[in-house]
Ligand binder design. Sequence first.
Ligand code: URA
Length: 434
Amino acid sequence: MKMTDLIAQKRDGGVLSTEEIQWMIQGFTEGSIPDYQMSAMCMAILLKGMDDREVLDLTTAMVNSGEVLDLSPIEGIKADKHSTGGVGDKTSLVLCPMVAACGLKIAKMSGRGLGHTGGTIDKLESFPGFSTELTEEQFFENVNRHGIAIMGQTADLAPADKKLYALRDVTGTVPSIPLIVSSIMSKKLASGSDVIVLDVKCGDGAFMKTLEGAEELADNLTRIGRLAGKKCAALITDMDQPLGWTVGNALEVKEALAVLRGEDPEGDLMLLCMSLGSLLLMEAGYADSYGEADAILREAVESGRALDKLAELVKAQGGDERAVYDPELLPRAPVTCEVPSTETGYVSRIHAEAVGLVSMGLGGGRAKKEDPIDPAVGVVLHKKLGDAVTKGESLATLHAASEDSAAEAAEKLRQCFEFSAVPVEKPPFIKKIL
Ligand code: URA
């Protein structure tokens, strides 16, 4: 086989065979196919697309480029969740203990944050002592014993995707549905769970800015997941403002703890966790309807079992579980500063991505993979889209490491808000269920 032939074939709208896709991904991973040829192929795929069989073959080839976790030593149904990434997204901190408290097994690999979006691993590390560096044996043992374990993604999980994503990032080929789907699903399939729910974010702070784009992505993700033999469902949710009230690692943990205590039951975070949790319970056969799933999840929260499950996870991974019941033990920033509104009216926009960048500028996120982060800093919002506000009222509280960084962030945060003199309708949070 010659890579130049395959590139020309795709460029001219042709279809690649299973063997051709396997050969190409193997060659690219091993280094026999150079970056410039793979870049040309990515651009041809972006322009000409792929059919479902090709996307499934590409996904499978990327799964087989590295280690595939065999979760069969874990008894029961293994569930996983993926979010396409947003600002203030602390969903896993609430959802995972919630469904684990209902009997589903959570054997989850998570990532760190980069840029304006955060990562579950960084948030969990706000618990003093918490470690996500588990051996495979510890990981399995913890899931069997506690029903839940969360570890950092190993380097050997879908290595072809890591290499390909880095190439796409510098060649203008990230926004291709077949490439995004194979990238996301290769990591999910290699992680070995039986049931997968996908939270596809849509809006200003998301990877997919429009509902049409998010629908196309969600539809393709679930279809390929099902073709690969998984139980799979997806939600499309709003990311035109940050999720919940906080952005920043320890602050997000505090909010997740409050939601697990049953506070803010009508908030978007709880709504999202109940919806994703219901889809997981139904796909796993633990509930026949939303009503039934909702009741099971509510009982787990109201009885305190979901919060206790998080404490069990934190303790099992070396963290101080007392902080689950006493959030004052979590890292706290030395400086706090209010950001007053300059107008009276209604909040008409909160630029989610820009809020994420404010938190990053305070030290809560990374510009580069190797940057350290400050778990204590970030933003607590007091107003969300559609809320009435009077001039001088606080829009948000900043948590900062110094007066200087707080002052700089305050100016930037003020610019994240827009106002209207007339009432603004609150946007629906859940846009679609697939
Ligand atoms: N997230 C991924 O993991 N891969 C993509 O291609 C895009 C978003």
